[in-house]
Write a protein that binds this ligand. Structure first.
Ligand code: AMP
Ligand code: ZN
Ligand code: ZN
Length: 316
């Protein structure tokens, strides 16, 4: 196939767009999809100070690169999860990228800052290590964004991630989660604005972007993620996509453009009834069946306590 834009030789085909591109026009395609996402959902403005969470993987590093090329003011945040060599290599890749682009990178180490790492969480009951990892990321990202006075927090979630999350939520009819699934969540009290400018681009496109731009990224998956259900949803969607290209995008965009707006708009939880966590001051809901004067602690602080108990018992 010839390049959709210039008719020259192509290096990649994007079946869902029924188009192929040469290297130069493929980069244009990536930028124009990011542009479309930002404009459609009024994600970012050029005055904003943006914080991007970078894992060292292809999506978040490519997004940082695209946003810098577009002229946005973006600093990075890497959270060290303590997952052995995997975390060390991820951090190094983020540091190298920041140095190469002369960009600022915040590095927070979960163990140094909060006393536990993700492997410590494998032995607590009721929550998986992936669950604790996700909770820790959301908490630390929000906290650094607020304390740093950033206008928006960006992540590298792509079309594959978002479609798989939606499938999981639909299969269990987790409507509160569906309500919060959006490429943009406005700032809400002590919760920073969150944006996902890659939601229109697939995993494969982001890997190709990195290769063409010569960006180094961590290819290996997190060693703790094996058997994770989201991976199974991705496989199922890939199978469907192979037979009918465009299925993933129709599933996700149809939800965002029609279902979510029609059924959930205006219901997004405001900060009514939200109180400050008595330990860290971040927002949380009041304790249920609370007696007057009983103190509220957030999910992060409560979970952290349970992990710390296991850590202390082990070292005793
Ligand atoms: P994941 O939850 O691993 O699929 O990652 C989703 C997004 O979260 C990535 O695209 C990054 O923006 C961000 N992220 C994941 N892990 C980290 C990390 N260790 N430090 C900073 N950001 C991360
Ligand atoms: Zn071309
Ligand atoms: Zn707290």
């Amino acid at each position: 196939m010839r390049c959709h834009a210039c008719g020259g030789g192509s290096i990649i085909e994007v079946a869902r767009h029924r188009a192929a591109y040469c290297a130069e026009h493929f980069l244009d395609h990536i930028r124009s999809q990011v542009r479309a996402a930002i404009d459609k959902h009024r994600m970012l403005s050029y005055d904003d100070r943006i914080l991007i969470a970078v894992s060292g993987g292809k999506d978040s590093l490519a997004l940082w690169d695209v946003l810098l090329d577009m002229g946005y003011r973006v600093d990075g945040l890497y959270l060290g999860l303590g997952i052995g060599g995997y975390s060390d290599r991820s951090e190094q890749v983020c540091r190298d990228f920041a140095a190469r682009r002369d960009a600022d990178l915040h590095v927070v180490d979960l163990a140094a800052e909060y006393g536990y790492d993700v492997p410590d969480a494998t032995s607590i009951k009721g929550r998986s290590a992936c669950g604790v990892c996700g909770l820790s990321k959301r908490y630390v990202f929000n906290r650094v964004a607020l304390e740093g006075g950033y206008d928006a927090m960006a992540t590298g979630h792509n079309l594959d991630d978002e479609a798989a999350t939606l499938l999981g939520n639909v299969l269990r009819w987790q409507t509160p989660m569906m309500e919060r699934q959006s490429p943009v969540l406005p700032a809400d009290g002590e919760l920073a604005k969150k944006v996902k400018p890659l939601y229109r681009l697939g995993e494969r496109e982001m890997a190709a972007y990195c290769v063409i731009k010569g960006l180094d990224y961590i290819v290996e998956e997190c060693p703790l993620v094996a058997g994770n259900t989201v991976l199974r949803y991705k496989e199922a969607l890939n199978e469907l996509e192979q037979h009918s290209p465009g299925t993933k995008a129709q599933f996700l965009f149809g939800f965002l453009d029609r279902v979510r707006d029609e059924h959930f708009s205006g219901h997004t939880a405001g900060d009514d009834g939200v109180v400050a966590c008595s330990e860290c001051g971040m927002p949380t809901s009041p304790p249920t069946g609370a007696h007057e004067g009983q103190q509220a602690r957030c999910a992060f602080c409560r979970t952290r306590d349970r992990v710390l108990t296991v850590v202390e018992r082990r070292s005793a």
